[in-house]
Design a protein. Structure first.
Length: 81
């Protein structure tokens, strides 16, 4: 018996598209974007199908950390290495 989640191809979305759309959306502050990414990550941890449809939990963690780095950079330019 396989533990791999089968995802309907219609549900598959590259997480990088979600990240890019969120980064480009000017309706939200960077803090709100980080909060949304954190909610996505939390949802991915709890919902296997959601995570699988977007490439796995690690993709959501990377999205969150990318946005956190950007948020931190906006407040502290030049301090991120």
């Amino acid at each position: 018996m396989s533990t791999e989640i089968e995802v309907d191809p219609i549900d598959v979305m590259d997480i990088s598209e979600r990240t890019e759309a969120l980064m480009d959306d000017e309706r939200f502050t960077m803090s709100e974007k980080v909060a949304m990414a954190a909610l996505d990550y939390k949802s991915a941890l709890s919902h296997d199908y959601f995570a699988a449809a977007h490439g796995g939990v690690d993709k959501f963690k990377n999205q969150l950390f990318t946005l956190v780095d950007k948020w931190f950079e906006d407040f502290n330019p030049g301090e991120i290495e």
